[in-house]
Write a protein that binds this ligand. Structure first.
Ligand SMILES: Cc1ncc(COP(=O)(O)O)c(C=O)c1O
Length: 390
């Protein structure tokens, strides 16, 4: 069966992904069942998206009930499922307004547009205040503009011309200060760079970004596409650093497995994007928002968040016991680990063959399990990983 699926996939879909040898029929918690009946422990959660794992009863019910009522109506009409989600997100994060879209890249596009429009409104077109500083090794998406925003040279090839107006900065205060001038309208960071290798930016730097942005009326954008909605044991990762950004982007885990993106703005820029400045046909889709409402209700719970921290510590302690693994880092259930001798890509592929789904980030292994993973599932996954790393 898997062979037939592979043939069909290879014949009819673009070969833009290197795929592991697995396809699934169903899932429960953090365990998936393959087409051949084998089970797989999931340390990847669809790259951080299936936050409530598979088959969460309330999530499934909310999505199915909404699909039965009506699936979509467009943003030409009021949509109470979306406005309810917006209210929850604003109240939980202290932000003022939300725009919903369909992916992380789109959320970042919206943040970039907001930052440029804020400067345009306040300083005028002739000010040329449109530069956005991003961080080396960051990742912000696959559209032409978010590839430009991404601070990795490897992504700045093949698709010329790229969107102009991005400068890449090492994550330290001195470098940032050197680059800042009157043409800069925003600084965009990930508190923990996910695709870039699970690199945690220092609290000192993150606070410096906030201070420098305040001093220069520059907007601080925090890309929480991977780190947001409970992933690090706080609702937002930025809470670990005690500051408030002007714009926050979310996606991945917010939908619990359905496509959603969102950018949230503070009071300062809540009137920046107005009628006709932005739009999205499917943004705020009721079925997707019905699922996201359940995700936010569950993840915003204090006990749920504490549990993520505990399970993250448990997983880290288990990883520490594997001799091949070194340099374990991360917060909550977003963890990176280096390997002494083996390559991460080979290890990931061997793990899949033995029943464990695991991610890589550059040369590191990356762990982004469903937030509901049980200790038993962690144990089973670690058993497989230990075997592979022998
Ligand atoms: C930090 C960050 N920003 C943006 C994106 C792009 O999100 P999407 O693939 O939903 O467009 C990703 C995806 O991995 C991400 O990790």
């Amino acid at each position: 069966m898997l062979e037939d699926i592979k043939t069909q996939d290879k014949t009819y879909t673009m070969h833009t992904y290197k795929k592991f040898d697995a396809a699934f029929t169903k899932g429960k918690g953090a365990t998936l069942t393959g087409t051949d009946g084998r089970t797989f422990i999931d340390f990847a959660a669809g790259i951080g998206t299936s936050s409530l794992g598979y088959g969460d009863k309330e999530w499934v019910r909310a999505v199915c009930e909404q699909a039965e009522k009506y699936a979509h109506c467009s943003n030409l009409y009021y949509n109470p499922v979306m406005s309810q989600l917006a209210e929850k997100l604003c109240k939980k994060t202290g932000m003022s307004r939300v725009f919903f879209c369909n992916s992380g890249a789109e959320a970042n596009e919206g943040a970039i547009k907001t930052a440029r429009k804020y400067a345009f409104d306040k300083y005028g077109k002739d000010s040329d205040r449109n530069i956005i500083i991003t961080i080396k090794d960051s990742f912000h998406g696959r559209t032409v503009t978010t590839l430009s925003a991404t601070g990795q040279d490897v992504f700045h090839d093949k698709f010329f011309p790229f969107t102009e107006g991005f400068i890449y900065c090492e994550p330290d205060e001195k470098n940032l200060k050197k680059i800042i001038d009157k043409h800069v309208c925003a600084v965009m960071i990930e508190c923990i760079q996910g695709e870039g290798g699970v690199n945690i930016l220092s609290e000192e730097f993150i606070r410096a970004v906030r201070r420098i942005c305040d001093e220069n009326d520059i907007l601080m954008i925090v890309d929480e596409v991977q780190t947001g909605v409970g992933r690090t044991g706080k609702f937002l990762c930025i809470e670990n650093f005690g500051i408030n950004p002007d714009i926050i982007t979310l996606a991945k885990g917010l939908g619990g497995g359905l496509p959603i993106g969102a950018f949230l703005v503070s009071d300062k820029c809540k009137e920046t994007l107005l009628y006709s400045d932005h739009g999205s046909t499917f943004g705020g889709n009721p079925v997707v928002c019905a699922g996201a409402n359940v995700v936010v209700d569950k993840v915003a719970d204090k006990k749920f968040l504490e549990n993520i921290v505990q399970k993250g510590e448990y997983l880290k302690a288990k990883l520490l016991q594997i001799p091949e693994i070194t340099n374990i880092r991360g917060l909550g259930l977003m963890i990176g680990a280096d390997l002494k001798t083996k390559t991460a890509a080979e290890v990931a592929s061997e793990c899949v063959n033995k029943g464990l789904l695991i991610l890589t980030a550059k040369k590191s292994l990356r762990f982004l399990p469903p937030l509901v993973i049980s200790k038993e599932e962690i144990d089973k996954g670690i058993e497989i990983l230990t075997e592979v790393l022998k």
